[in-house]
Design a binder for this molecule. Structure first.
Ligand code: ADP
Ligand code: MG
Length: 588
């Protein structure tokens, strides 16, 4: 019978080796994936110092040496066998997984597509053991000589899978990807030291004792590290800690935005959106804030078994988590220095001229806004609902005469030395924005009601989206009603809006709401609307301003909590400190 079956059967169970090679496709894409899996194993083994040696971007060799707990000979028999793990015994264990690995797939996958060798010794054991896996053929466990801890060498990745090998990129690209993985783990694991070499040369060296700030400085330089502000907070079992950068460091990609969950680097859409939301009003919406943030929470609150590489997770209490993170991030953001320093502005020019530009000294205090000092000294906050800005008398004399340049920029001397250049539109926009927000938040929304409502034609789906938000919108003075399946009637708008802007406002709202599946709250909607209003109601570049108007603008800005960027995140002012000027004129 079995002879009969084998002659006609077309379905067969694949040999273990082939299974692993296929599974390897999910876990091992390139050298960086090997680096990630081996580092995770070293960290799970409690390593305090880890060395990583790469050759040819990792394609020729990835070697990870750790001083973790090591393995005995019985464990070594299983290390390269698939679904063999010491970290999990039952599906129920997934509920409280505390290690970076748990699937027991990595070593089996890696061994099936490379020539791998593992040497290990537990600290109490008299000798070390080693085993090799050559393209899925696992050799015997043999005695070896090695120090305590584990060394894994992975050579010639994909030597037996030419199709995969052909997809590897240039050495520099593969190296960059490996370094990205390493950097994230370096930042996620304070208390662990890392040494990284490439083709024999040292590329990174991070000592155990370096804290997050020191690690960022080592990886990304002093200018960023110096500008970072600490974030910290707790909500029940959930803890947030880390560092965020002022908006001017934001980038077009999320490459310098790092979230860690219980030591695991994440790429999570919810968290990316959370940061963007926190920076809203201080950042161009297309730019991504720079931040290094660690979340810790009981493993039961999060599902990490969503994706084979475990870089995506599912939070079980997202609705509670989001507002908590947002509040802590906003609070920290307010403490960042949002001024645009003049040195950065001049530096490219110096480079062009071929002069040597001395780096700012680390001990140099950051330039502080003279206005902030005035505000703190006078103890006066911003009063909402004041008379229109430009008619307001200046409450205190401007510190020096102000020069309007090109009907756009205001230039003046600073009390602290140096000079400041203000973009009049950007600054006025920020002033108007804060004023409107305060007024609206305090419930003072003056609404202009129309006898004959303006009708706005929309798609059926758009009307449905708006309909959900009508009560929230009416609370901020936008009174809309559904007027048929594809029409919205505008009954009232905040007085600050011009009636002819109604259709555009409605369309902007629909676009903003459609972008986000979540129900935004009144505060978020308000913010969006206020942005639009502020822009339209501010002096423009090219408007000539009378001295009294200039004084009023600067004085109003001085009373704001934030005046360093416009609500879209453009800087409102650029400062040249005395030190900047001295450097520019080679006086030092
Ligand atoms: P997982 O990490 O998901 O358990 P791996 O295939 O990555 O699966 O590793 C298999 C097992 O080998 C681990 O569970 C662990 O017991 C052991 N192991 C792997 N690397 C190390 C290491 N560097 N130090 C000690 N034990 C290790
Ligand atoms: Mg692992």
């Amino acid at each position: 019978m079995s002879a009969h079956a084998s002659s006609s059967a077309v379905i067969r169970v694949l040999p273990e080796r082939v299974k692993n090679q296929i599974a390897a496709g999910e876990v091992v894409e390139r050298p960086a994936s090997v680096v990630k899996e081996l580092l995770e194993n070293a960290l799970d083994a409690g390593a305090r110092d880890i060395r990583i040696d790469l050759e040819e971007g990792g394609a020729k060799l990835v070697r990870v040496v750790d001083d973790g707990r090591g393995m005995g000979p019985e464990d070594l028999e299983l290390a390269f066998v698939s679904h063999a793990t010491s970290k999990l015994a039952d599906v129920a264990d997934l509920e409280h997984i505390g290690t970076l690995g748990f699937r027991g797939e990595a070593l089996a996958s890696i061994g099936s597509v490379s020539r791998a060798r593992l040497m290990t010794r537990r600290s109490g054991d008299p000798n070390a053991w080693s085993v090799e896996d050559e393209g899925g053929r696992i050799g015997p466990v043999v005695a070896a000589g090695a120090g305590a801890g584990t060394t894994i060498e992975v050579r010639e990745l994909f030597y037996n899978v030419p199709a995969r090998r052909a997809f590897l990129k240039r050495t520099s690209t593969e190296l960059a990807r490996s370094l990205d993985v390493i950097q994230r783990l370096v930042l996620a694991h304070e208390g662990v030291g890392f040494i990284v070499t490439h083709d024999g040369g040292r590329v990174l060296d991070v000592e155990r004792g370096m804290d997050l700030g020191a690690r960022v400085r080592r990886l990304f330089g002093g200018e960023l590290a110096q500008a970072l502000v600490a974030v910290a907070g707790e909500d029940g079992d959930v803890r947030l800690a880390g560092l965020i950068a002022p908006p001017r460091f934001s980038r077009s990609d999320t490459g310098r935005q790092m979230w860690f969950l219980n030591g695991r680097p994440l790429r999570d859409r919810v968290l990316v959106r959370c940061l963007q939301e926190a920076y809203r009003g201080f950042n161009d919406e297309k730019r991504q804030p720079v931040a290094f943030l660690s979340l810790s929470m009981p493993p039961a609150l999060v599902d990490v078994n969503v994706h084979p590489t475990k870089s995506e997770v599912r939070f079980r209490e997202e609705r509670r988590l989001f507002p908590f993170l947002l509040a802590r991030l906003r609070e920290a953001l307010a403490r960042t220095d949002m001024a645009t320093p003049g040195a950065a502005l001049l530096a490219p020019q110096a480079a062009r001229a071929g002069t040597l530009w001395p780096a700012p000294r680390a001990s140099e205090p950051r330039p502080r806004a003279a206005e902030i000092e005035v505000r703190e000294a006078s103890g006066r906050g911003y009063e909402p609902g004041a008379a229109p800005l430009l008619a307001e008398p200046a409450p205190e004399a401007a510190p020096s005469p102000v020069l309007q340049v090109a009907k756009t920029y205001l230039v003046r001397e600073l009390a602290s030395g140096g000079l400041e250049i203000v973009d009049q539109h950007a600054l006025h926009e920020r002033v108007t924005y804060e004023r409107l927000k305060a007024g609206l938040a305090a419930g003072r929304v003056e609404v202009q009601r129309e006898l004959v409502p303006e009708l706005v034609e929309l798609a059926r789906s758009e009307v449905a989206i708006l309909e959900e938000h009508l009560p929230t919108l009416s609370r901020i003075g936008i009174e809309l009603a559904v007027f048929g399946s594809t029409t919205i009637a505008v009954h009232g708008l905040p007085t600050l809006f011009q009636r002819r802007a109604a259709a555009r406002l409605v369309r902007e709202l629909v676009a903003a709401l459609a972008q986000d599946a979540r129900l935004p709250d009144a505060a978020e909607l308000l913010d969006h609307v206020v942005h639009r209003m502020a822009c339209r109601r501010s002096v423009m570049a090219g408007d000539e301003l009378a001295p009294a108007e200039i004084d009023a603008l600067l004085a109003a800005a001085a009373r704001l909590p934030h005046d360093q960027t416009c609500p879209h995140g453009r800087p409102t002012r650029v400062r040249l400190t005395l030190a900047d000027l001295e450097r520019a004129f080679h006086r030092r």
